[in-house]
Design a protein around this ligand. Structure first.
Ligand SMILES: Cc1cc2nc3c(=O)[nH]c(=O)nc-3n(C[C@H](O)[C@H](O)[C@H](O)COP(=O)(O)OP(=O)(O)OC[C@H]3O[C@@H](n4cnc5c(N)ncnc54)[C@H](O)[C@@H]3O)c2cc1C
Length: 375
């Protein structure tokens, strides 16, 4: 598994997406998933950009529905974060009373759960910074619903390692699996894992009929638990040169868009704030990935420190960043992000309520039969 960092290679990866094959195979471990999330999460490309490439290639909307729907999940989670702010990091809809601890099963950290496909996928996560969506669901289910861990700390562990780490997708997905952002907990059994990972393992703690899983006591292998107290190793703080007569553009780990205000004469600063990374630690691999992606932005300088520490910031009259719930404290104006569904905003009780509105928006965007006839 390879994650290029050069912009032209990332664009080629978008071109390679086949939404038809995606729709049929995405749940399988070798399915035709796109591996685009590290770039969408980091704001190098947008979901809108990806959908536009697909449309330009002539795919009919009906062929892309599953794919667009998955992109819409990300937007739903981002809108949820905008609405909930810090409450996103607590139980969103309801609290699960079966939780026995707030730690992480040691076997998970050590990739030693005894479920071969899961252990292999955890080792792959450590090596590559990526884990397939279906395996993320299995892992979260094992940690929270079988191991009875509260979702927060295991989600921090996963976030730490993911190149695509996205606070909204992460917290909401863990809560969806754990049942605090859905109507029920998500369970998987060994048969399901075998089917989607092409394994044939038997006699594991998950080798049970579905109705038995919620009644199970914590399996022996998940009983040992531990804390996950990681820290981020940021690059050395360095001096940067700012021209106070020019505007300042603030980039961050969620906005590394090389096309943003591309032709303007400005100061461009990638801001890595220690307080942010103390709250949401990431691995060395993730930091290296962010720094490498930033190299696609002309004349960018990296500043490690809090925003108020950027030299001359008080003297600069025009400061811009992109709107993002993690960085509301930046001074200056906030540009809109490139939403796939800018017209669908606000809070929705469920993804399907949100998706209904997205479908309406898609219909309105399609040219009518009479418009097509004129064209
Ligand atoms: C427990 C758990 C934790 C997760 N943590 C994160 C996270 O930190 N960051 C993150 O970006 N995604 C997270 N996801 C969502 C999803 O697993 C990834 O977005 C997806 O696996 C990324 O791989 P891909 O680009 O190959 O996906 P593809 O299947 O090719 O999907 C294309 C795009 O659609 C979006 N997408 C697809 N599935 C989902 C989904 N279930 N939820 C939201 N968006 C989706 C992503 O933008 C993705 O890049 C998590 C899911 C679970 C179950």
């Amino acid at each position: 598994m390879y994650f290029p960092v050069k912009y032209d290679e990332i664009l080629k990866r978008i071109e390679a997406v086949n939404p038809l094959r995606y729709g049929c195979t995405r749940n399988f471990i070798d399915g035709d998933v796109t591996y685009l999330s590290p770039y969408i999460s980091r704001g190098v490309i947008s979901a809108k950009q990806v959908a536009e490439v697909m449309m330009a290639k002539g795919y009919a909307l009906s062929d892309m529905t599953k794919f667009i729907q998955e992109l819409a999940w990300r937007e739903y989670f981002q809108r949820t974060w905008q609405y909930l702010q810090d409450d996103l990091l607590h139980d969103i809809r309801r609290s699960y009373t079966g939780t026995r601890h707030r730690l992480v099963p040691k076997a998970m950290l050590c990739a030693d759960t005894g479920i071969d496909s899961i252990d292999e996928a955890i080792n792959t996560l450590y090596k590559t910074g990526y884990m397939h969506n279906h395996i993320r669901m299995y892992v979260a289910s094992i940690a929270c619903n079988i191991g009875k861990a509260y979702w927060q700390m295991p989600s921090q562990w996963m976030y730490y390692h993911l190149l695509d780490g996205d606070i909204a997708s992460n917290a909401c997905s863990w809560q969806w699996v754990a049942g605090s952002f859905s109507s029920k907990q998500y369970y998987c059994n060994q048969e399901n894992i075998n089917k989607y990972t092409y394994s044939a393992q038997r006699n594991t703690f998950l080798d049970q009929p579905y109705e038995e899983l919620p009644k199970m006591d914590i399996p022996e292998v998940l009983k040992a638990v531990t804390g996950f107290n990681a820290k981020t190793n940021l690059p050395e703080a360095n001096g940067i040169t700012i021209d106070p007569s020019l505007p300042l553009l603030i980039y961050n780990s969620y906005n590394l868009d090389p096309l943003w205000r591309k032709d303007e004469k400005v100061n461009r600063v990638l801001l890595l704030e220690p307080w942010h990374f103390r709250q949401f630690p990431v691995s060395d691999k993730v930091i290296q990935f962010i720094l490498a992606l930033a190299q696609n932005i002309n004349d960018i300088q990296v500043f490690v420190g809090e925003v108020s520490g950027i030299s001359h910031i008080k003297d600069i009259t025009k400061i811009y960043s992109k709107e993002h719930p993690a960085f509301v404290h930046y001074p200056g104006a906030k540009d809109e992000r490139d939403w796939l569904f800018p017209e669908v905003k606000g809070h929705f009780p469920s993804f399907f309520a949100f998706w209904k509105k997205c479908e309406q928006a898609l219909k309105q965007r399609q040219p009518s039969a009479s418009e097509l006839a004129v064209a």
